[in-house]
Design a binder for this molecule. Structure first.
Ligand code: HEC
Length: 170
């Protein structure tokens, strides 16, 4: 009898715990398990350089090159909203809570969407203006928020530099 009560209680407990977890999961924002610093270097900077490197080519882009621009523009477009979630770096939560951060992340994403459209329509002029806008957005956010040395010690050079320089403009 007493064991029956026990198991009922245990069941009740685990049910309420289960419901509690479900409610928490619905309320808690998703946690980004890496830092803004790491995302900047491996995702944002990496994909943006593919856009700029192709923008800088003076000849027409091949179909494969347009496809690369499209691919990296998609990554960059998606990384804007990702930046608004913050990360696990020391200042990430404070940055993400700032409305200017959200606006600039959105502006970066929008410029990447224009680059994506340029790739779809193979429009070099549009790619050029998207690349210019992109550069302005990176710079204005860095002027506003970026500390003089990276909080996590990641800089694009030399750690990941070779990755996007695998692409050598011809
Ligand atoms: C919403 C604001 C914001 C935008 C937009 C942004 N950055 Fe950053 N970026 C930062 C901050 C803040 C840091 C410093 C992170 C740290 O040190 O923890 C940073 C760091 C970096 C770093 C590594 C640190 C270094 O000194 O090398 C690189 C590379 C970088 N950003 C590239 C870019 C590029 C390229 C773009 C545009 C395509 C861009 N960022 C757009 C805020 C931004």
């Amino acid at each position: 009898m007493s064991s029956k009560i026990c198991s009922c209680t245990a069941l009740g407990l685990s049910m309420s715990l289960g419901i509690g977890l479900a409610v928490n999961a619905a309320e808690a924002p998703p946690q980004v398990p890496v830092s803004i610093n790491a995302l900047m270097v491996t995702l944002v900077d990496h994909s943006a350089h593919h856009i700029w490197n192709h923008q800088a080519l003076e000849r027409d882009l091949t179909d494969d090159e347009w496809r690369l621009v499209e691919y990296y523009s998609i990554q960059l477009a998606a990384s804007g909203p990702l930046l608004t979630l913050g990360g696990n770096g020391p200042d990430d939560a404070a940055w993400a809570a700032d409305s200017r951060w959200r606006d600039m992340s959105q502006a970066m994403s929008s410029a990447a969407v224009v680059a994506m459209d340029a790739a779809k329509s193979k429009n070099k002029e549009l790619l050029s203006s998207a690349g210019d806008t992109l550069l302005e957005v990176c710079e204005s956010c860095h002027q506003t928020f970026k500390p003089s040395s990276p909080t996590e010690g990641f800089v694009h050079n030399p750690d990941y530099d070779h990755l996007y320089h695998l692409f050598v403009p011809q």
